[in-house]
Ligand binder design. Structure first.
Ligand code: DQA
Length: 144
């Protein structure tokens, strides 16, 4: 199984960015955690981050034929991007939405998620571990 992990805008600044909300560990630490977990699960991963909506749409489209599943944290685009939600629906790959913070208990504008409808599950508020949980969900889904 091959899982594509997509991170949206400002997640490259993890560790620097609002550490009270997103923690003190940086993006490279997140990548290391994901790669280690992929080894434990015996799956392959591709890891992508972009601050640009169209690049994220391109990345989702390019997954078709190459990846079996997607873990996506669209970051701020969660709350604004119909294009990213449509791309996930278009490729039809099983996808899990991840948020490091507990978006349900934050500002009202964070209560909207366009991508949620396109995903089989959402993991929110579990920090970096949420990405690993999302990978577990996709692997277990494959086994059933
Ligand atoms: C986030 C939550 C979003 O509301 C925010 O814009 C982000 C990160 C999270 O991982 O908690 O950039 O997706």
């Amino acid at each position: 199984m091959k899982i594509l992990i997509i991170n949206g805008p400002n997640l490259n600044l993890l560790g620097i960015r609002e550490p009270n909300i997103y923690g003190r560990e940086d993006y490279n630490a997140l990548v290391d955690m994901i790669e280690l977990h992929a080894k434990e699960l015996g799956v392959e991963v591709g890891i992508f981050q972009s601050n640009h909506e169209g690049d994220i749409v391109d990345c989702i489209q390019d997954a078709l034929g190459d990846f079996d599943a997607i873990v996506i944290n669209p970051a701020a685009y969660t709350h604004t991007s119909v294009a990213i939600a449509d791309a996930v629906k278009a490729v039809g790959l099983p996808a899990v939405e991840v948020h490091i913070s507990d978006v349900a208990n934050r500002e009202p504008f964070r209560q909207i998620s366009y991508v949620r409808d396109a995903c089989v599950a959402t993991v929110s508020g579990h920090g970096f571990k949420g990405y690993l949980e999302a990978m577990d969900i996709l692997v277990n889904k494959d086994e059933n």
